[in-house]
Design a protein around this ligand. Structure first.
Ligand SMILES: [Zn+2]
Ligand SMILES: [Zn+2]
Length: 360
C-alpha cells in the first residue's frame, strides 16, 4: 500500500467538542429503567478521558470545548487561551489533564447550578454552541494580524490541518433549528471543517446525520451507552485525514428530510419555490421568502394532487397514495403565466440550500 500521499502522522489537529447539557434529557438518560442508563457524571468521565487522549496523542494538538445549555451556549475550555487558575498540586495526576478536567467540570457545575428550576426549560442552544465552535475554528485558522514584517514561513504553524467538530447530542431534533443548522453546514464546508456527531440518548437526529454526511464526518447512534468511551476512541479520535486508512463507521442510511420554512415541521413531501428554493409543507399563493406570486391554476392543481390523508402519524410508514403524480414538477404540465413562476413539488432532499427568509 502506497502511503506516500497519506497525511503525516506528525500533523497536529484541532478538535472542538460541543456538549449537549440539557438537564431534562440527562435526567431521563440516567433513569435505571433504561437498558443502558448513562448519567451526566459518567458521561463526563468518559468524555474527559477522550479529551485527554486527544491531547496526549500529539503534543501540538489543540482542543476547545463548548457547552449547550437551555437557551444559552458558552465556551467551557480552550487550549489556546491561558487558563490562569492554578490547581493544587496533586502528585497522583498529570497536571495538564487535571487542568482540562477541573476547568470543564467547574464551569459545567456553575452553569447547571445557576439554572432556575422553577421556570420551564428552554430548548438547548445546540446550534449556538455549534456556531461558536465554527467561529472559533475560523479565528484560530487566520494568521496572526501583527508582525507583518516577519517571514511568511511563520504562518504555516498557525494553519490548522483537519479542524473538526464533534457534537455529542442527547436532545431530539428541534425543527426550528433546521435553517441555522443548514447554514452552519455550509459554513463548515467553506472552512473545510469536518463535523462528527454522536447521538448519545434519544431518537436519531435527522439534522446531525445531514451535517455529518455533508461535511464528510461520521454520525453514530449509540446503542451500548455504557461503552461510550470505546465508541469515541474507535470512531472519533483519529483526524479525518488519517481515517482514509482506517475503517471508521459511516452511515448506511441517511434521513434527508427537510423542515418546512412556514411551520418548521419535518416533512416527507414538500413544495419548493422555483425561484429561491424555499420549502413549504403546502402550496402557497405567495412565497414568503422572495414574494414571488404563483398562478392560481397551479395552486389548485397541486392541492388536488396532494395525498388525501395528510400523514396520520409521523413515525409510521410514509403514505404513498398519489405521491408519484404529486411529485411531478408542475412546470412540466403547465406553462406559467407571464411574469409568474410555477410552484414545483419535490420529495425530501437534503441538497436544497437553506435560505434565511428574514433577509428579503
Ligand atoms: Zn409548513
Ligand atoms: Zn421564493
Amino acid at each position: 500500500m502506497d502511503l506516500s500521499d497519506a497525511p503525516q502522522l506528525s500533523d497536529a489537529s484541532h478538535l472542538s467538542v460541543v456538549l449537549d447539557l440539557s438537564p431534562t434529557q440527562w435526567h431521563l438518560s440516567g433513569l435505571l429503567s433504561n437498558k443502558y442508563p448513562l448519567s451526566l457524571n459518567s458521561f463526563l468521565s468518559h468524555v474527559l478521558a477522550f479529551l485527554n487522549a486527544h491531547l496526549a496523542s500529539q503534543h501540538e494538538n489543540t482542543l476547545a470545548v463548548f457547552g449547550a445549555f437551555p437557551g444559552k451556549s458558552l465556551m467551557l475550555y480552550s487550549s489556546t487561551l491561558h487558563n490562569p487558575e492554578l490547581q493544587s498540586i496533586d502528585s497522583n495526576s498529570y497536571a495538564p489533564f487535571k487542568l482540562v478536567d477541573s476547568t470543564i467540570i467547574n464551569r459545567i457545575s456553575d452553569e447547571l447550578d445557576a439554572i432556575d428550576q422553577s421556570e420551564e426549560e428552554a430548548p438547548c442552544a445546540l446550534v449556538g454552541a455549534l456556531t461558536k465552535a465554527l467561529c472559533y475554528v475560523n479565528r484560530i485558522s487566520l494568521p496572526p494580524p501583527s508582525n507583518s514584517s516577519t517571514s511568511p514561513n511563520t504562518r504555516d504553524s498557525t494553519v490548522l490541518p483537519d479542524p473538526r467538530i464533534l457534537i455529542l447530542s442527547v436532545s431530539p431534533d428541534l425543527s426550528t433549528s433546521y435553517i441555522p443548522i443548514m447554514n452552519s453546514i455550509f459554513s463548515a464546508q467553506k472552512l473545510k471543517v469536518t463535523i462528527d456527531a454522536c447521538q448519545v440518548y434519544g431518537p436519531d437526529a435527522v439534522f446531525l446525520q445531514q451535517a455529518a454526511h455533508l461535511t464528510g464526518g461520521s454520525y453514530l447512534f449509540l446503542e451500548r451507552r455504557d461503552a461510550l468511551l470505546q465508541y469515541l476512541i474507535m470512531s472519533f479520535l483519529s483526524a479525518p485525514s488519517i481515517r482514509q486508512v482506517l475503517a471508521v463507521p459511516t452511515q448506511d442510511r441517511i434521513d434527508f428530510r427537510a423542515a418546512c420554512f412556514c411551520h418548521k415541521n419535518i416533512i416527507d413531501i414538500g413544495f419548493v419555490c422555483s425561484v429561491c428554493l424555499s420549502i413549504f409543507c403546502q402550496p402557497v399563493p405567495v412565497c414568503s421568502t422572495c414574494r414571488t406570486k404563483f398562478p392560481i391554476k397551479t395552486l389548485q392543481r397541486l392541492n388536488a394532487s396532494r395525498p388525501n390523508v395528510p400523514s396520520l402519524s409521523k413515525s409510521g410508514p410514509p403514505s404513498v397514495v398519489g405521491t408519484p403524480q404529486s411529485r411531478t414538477p408542475a412546470s412540466t404540465r403547465n406553462l406559467p403565466f407571464p411574469g409568474e413562476q410555477p410552484l414545483s413539488t419535490t420529495p425530501g432532499n437534503g441538497n436544497t440550500p437553506a435560505t434565511n427568509g428574514s433577509n428579503h
